[in-house]
Design a protein around this ligand. Structure first.
Ligand code: DUC
Ligand code: ZN
Ligand code: ZN
Ligand code: ZN
Length: 483
């Protein structure tokens, strides 16, 4: 059984052209004029693009005394409804838990997946066992390791642990990811705010000023340089962090920055809303910033200093958010966005001319597929690639509302936003999963996408510059475990 996507305009990260796409056995088998297939998928007036890849989700994740409300079932259905055909979720070992045990847990959770998925492995503690297990994790097809510089006393790793783990990533050809916020300072500032009687959600914004993100981003970049490893910085929300990435790139460091669609569009005024529920529902870390920071992020997307737009989809219900009614530090951190990322970025990025259609594809799919080393299986409209495709109708519009969403939560942080540009068809490995917003997907259809180690290692510039000095440390010369 073959299908041909007919009459559309193909948009990739670098080309825009009219052609049909033939799909057979889950793969793209031909691209060209006047192709024939058993079934015709009409793309007249539409753009044919690679399905979205959201590299930053937290599905069915225990966090802050509760668990995220979307699991791999509702989460991947929400993804497909909006045109995202692959998610990369974070396997999160509890401190002291074996990485491989955590992976087993995430393998079980992902049995519900309706679209393809992969994992990053979080490093939330450090010893010889973690060092050893990191190799086994890469052999399981995971080439990215996440580090939290915040969440002190829970997930946070210290600089020595981060340096050891980054050095191990360098040896394994894996990419470290960081949540860059200074967890020590956040804990101090939060305690001071609570002591002064600032307990509401606005305290969350006060407790995490842009400086704590900028400081941590600079620190992570310099540690990555000393370890001689590339670095991926998740949820870049402010100019201080963005500026650190710009400078690192100019120095010749391979560093990528990922803003979220929420930070591009929502600002800090949300935390000062008179309705406490409204504000608490928008509590995530880092918090939303002011308009100047937003403009900086948009500029980074068009100039290429920021590489990927994700969501950090981490959805909690209003009831869960109310756990922090008396104390903002107890509001589970996280917002949704998986379902609306593409239509929002199209409507508020492509339509007003902030980014081009080709940049849209790069930012939502192709760039991250390359970074994570699953390109061109994913993120491409090429013969041989997986037929994860969207037929995108630029005329189709709707108003975002929780009432009609797939995500399991009872609100949407973009409630009332108008979008124009939505998928007409969403295909996962050649099968139509959604048509005009109506899902026809299947639990268990989603497959794990294995990703080999990435060849894109960095030389440590800090060492390289000093190579002639007697104090120079050759790359790899510092024992990775520190013992
Ligand atoms: N930030 C969030 O808002 N939620 C999950 C974890 C994170 O870093
Ligand atoms: Zn984070
Ligand atoms: Zn409200
Ligand atoms: Zn996250």
């Amino acid at each position: 059984m073959s299908a041909v996507i007919k009459g559309g305009t193909i948009v990739t990260a670098d080309l825009t052209y009219g052609a049909d796409v033939l799909v057979e056995g889950g793969k793209i088998t031909a691209i060209g004029p006047d192709l024939q297939g058993d079934k015709v998928i009409d793309a007249t007036g539409c753009f044919v693009m690679p399905g979205g890849i959201d590299p930053h989700t937290h599905l069915d994740m225990p966090f802050m005394g509760t668990s995220t409300a979307d699991d791999f079932g509702s989460g991947t259905r929400a993804a497909l409804a909006g045109g995202t055909t692959m998610v990369v979720d974070f396997a999160l070992p509890a401190p002291g838990q074996s990485l491989l045990d955590a992976l087993k847990l995430w393998d079980n959770k992902s049995a519900l997946a309706h679209c393809d998925y992969s994992f990053h492995m979080a490093v939330t503690w450090w010893d010889e066992q973690v060092f050893d297990e990191m190799r086994a994790v890469t052999e399981r097809g995971i080439n990215s390791f996440k580090h939290f510089m915040a969440y002190k006393g829970a997930l946070m790793v210290n600089d020595d642990e981060m340096f050891a783990s980054f050095s191990r990533c360098a040896e394994l050809g894996a990419i470290p990811f960081v949540h860059a916020e200074n967890g020590d300072l956040i804990a101090e500032i939060s305690a001071k705010l609570l002591a002064r009687g600032i307990t509401g959600p606005e305290g969350h914004a006060y407790s995490r000023p842009t400086a704590v993100e900028g400081e941590a981003t600079n620190r992570a970049i310099m540690i990555a340089d000393m370890a001689g490893v590339p670095l991926y910085i998740v949820h870049v929300s402010c100019e201080e962090a963005h500026e650190a990435i710009r400078r690192a790139k100019m120095r010749g460091q391979r560093v990528w920055g990922e803003p979220l669609v929420q930070h591009l569009l929502l600002d800090e005024s949300e935390y000062f809303h008179p309705d406490q529920d409204h504000a608490a529902r928008r509590v995530m870390s880092p918090p939303f910033r002011n308009k100047q920071h937003q403009e900086g992020l948009w500029a980074g997307l068009s100039s290429g200093t920021l590489s990927v737009v994700a969501t950090d989809h981490c959805a909690f219900t209003t009831a869960q958010k109310r756990m922090g009614l008396q104390d903002f530090t107890k509001i589970p951190n996280g917002t949704g966005g998986l379902e609306d990322r593409l239509s929002l970025l199209w409507s508020y990025g492509v339509t007003p001319g902030r980014i081009t259609m080709n940049e849209f594809v790069a930012l939502t799919s192709t760039n991250i597929a390359k970074i994570l080393n699953c390109y061109p299986q994913k993120g491409a409209v090429l013969v041989g690639a997986d037929a994860d495709l969207i037929v995108w109708d630029p005329q189709k519009s709707r108003t975002i509302t929780a009432e009609k969403q797939v995500s399991a939560i009872d609100y949407n942080v973009f409630e009332g936003w108008e979008v124009k540009g939505l998928p007409r068809y969403v295909l996962s490995r050649g099968t139509i999963m959604a048509e005009d917003g109506v899902l026809n997907s299947r639990e268990g259809h989603g497959e794990f996408v294995a990703r080999a180690p990435n060849g894109a290692v960095n030389r440590a510039l800090s060492t390289w510059k000093d190579l002639t000095s007697p104090r120079a440390v050759p790359r790899g010369g510092i024992p990775a475990t520190g013992v």
